[in-house]
Design a protein around this ligand. Structure first.
Ligand SMILES: [Fe+2]
Length: 405
């Protein structure tokens, strides 16, 4: 298994690098630039591949030094990720060259540097230089996505009308955060900032929709004292995510116990009824049901709740809303995370596109179907590359209004 894993990694990353460096070398030689400019790419490529191998090996053998894992993945991500955008452009360019050469060969009109006019040579060199200058854009985006965006949480505000919400509870405010993935941060800065932002809002409740860690409770010191500082009127409620189960049962228990000590009410297939000004609002939570996980139990989560009252459901994976909740569970608002919005969002002026929306039907934001609402938060932390492009860590402020107002 481990060998197949390394073989696949070798093929993808070395293949990408070899093709990129081959094209870069031809460009440098064609321009008569100093050979240093392509020798340095050999050195960087070799260093990044070794870093990535060590990172993957550490991960596979659970030999995790948090700081090393974070910095090695960060460097390798900045080197490799832009190539996923640049390589298709290089392939198209090489295909055009191939078709052009084949056509000229068939038509017996071979063209070499010596047969081109000075004007053709000038135009060709301008196009090549411009293309390589443009190829730098993904690197700039990756650098910003690594150094800036993941460390600048924002507050996104939405307002929803909930039919069953009593008039007296209109204005009930929830702060949702999700997918903290504590081990994806080098330190506590982002969670500290996020908790300060939540406390400034002073919500009625805070909802945390799973994936507190990447895969081990040893990541908790990065977040637990910050989480314990969250101030709300009626409490902090949470459910677990798939990553909170990527560990032994013993470690999962340690994780849950430490979260409870940080004043977090874990709603793992359970619920809480809040009484505010003699009116009731229900909060339910299901344990993880993503991928092949089967920890969730809606019968237990909804036990003792009334269909007549407004209900907020915490459920890590929004896919579960599409499959089950929107059709057969009495939850007016479901809060989810899990997708991270793909960690990449392209803003093209009149709209936004996340590649993850090709995989997830409910990828990021608000969805309303069957008079039920789903909000998918794009998370605070990251998984895989510690990079976010066009999608800051998010605290969602959700204000519920009563239709009776
Ligand atoms: Fe996650």
């Amino acid at each position: 298994m481990l060998i197949a894993y390394f073989a696949a990694m070798f093929l993808i990353f070395v293949g990408l690098d070899a093709y990129f460096i081959y094209n870069w070398r031809r460009f440098i030689i064609g321009r008569n630039y100093h050979k240093f400019f392509y020798y340095i790419t050999y050195f960087i490529a070799f260093s990044c591949f070794i870093l990535l191998c060590i990172n993957f090996y550490n991960k596979a053998t659970f030999n995790v030094d948090h700081k090393f894992q974070w910095i090695s993945l960060l460097i390798a991500s900045i080197w490799y990720l832009p190539k996923f955008a640049i390589t298709p452009v290089l392939v198209i360019k090489d295909l055009i060259v191939l078709v052009n050469r084949t056509y000229r060969r068939i038509a017996s009109r071979p063209q070499t540097e010596s047969t081109r006019t000075p004007e053709q040579i000038k135009r060709r060199r301008f196009l090549q230089t411009s293309a390589w200058a443009l190829a730098g854009t993904p690197y700039l985006l990756a650098a910003k996505g690594a150094a800036h965006t993941p460390y600048n949480p924002i507050v996104k505000e939405i307002t929803l009308i909930i039919d069953k919400l009593p008039r007296e509870l209109s204005g009930f405010t929830i702060c949702q955060i999700s997918d903290i993935h504590a081990g994806s941060f080098p330190d506590s800065e982002v969670i500290e900032k996020s908790v300060n932002m939540i406390n400034n809002i002073n919500p009625d409740i805070c909802a945390i929709t799973g994936d507190f860690v990447i895969d081990h409770p040893r990541e908790l010191p990065i977040i637990e004292s910050s989480l314990a500082r969250i101030q709300t009127k009626y409490g902090v409620f949470a459910c677990l995510g798939n990553h909170d189960h990527y560990m032994s049962d013993e470690n999962n228990k340690i994780l849950c116990d430490r979260l409870e000590k940080a004043n977090i009410n874990l709603l793992n297939n359970s619920s809480k009824i809040l009484e505010i000004n003699d009116k009731l609002i229900q909060i339910a939570g299901v344990d993880d049901l993503s991928f092949r996980n089967n920890y969730g139990d809606f019968d237990k989560a909804m036990s003792g709740l009334s269909k007549e009252r407004a209900t907020i459901m915490l459920c890590h994976d929004p896919t579960v809303w599409g499959k089950t909740i929107k059709n057969s569970i009495d939850a007016d608002l479901t809060l989810s995370g899990h997708t991270h919005g793909g960690q990449v969002q392209i803003n093209y002026g009149i709209g936004k596109f996340s590649p993850a929306s090709l995989i997830y039907e409910y990828c990021y934001g608000l969805y309303v179907e069957n008079n039920k609402n789903l909000y998918v938060n794009c998370g605070l932390g990251t998984t895989g590359p510690p990079i976010r492009i066009g999608l800051n860590p998010e605290i969602t402020k959700i204000v519920l209004l009563s239709r009776a107002v």
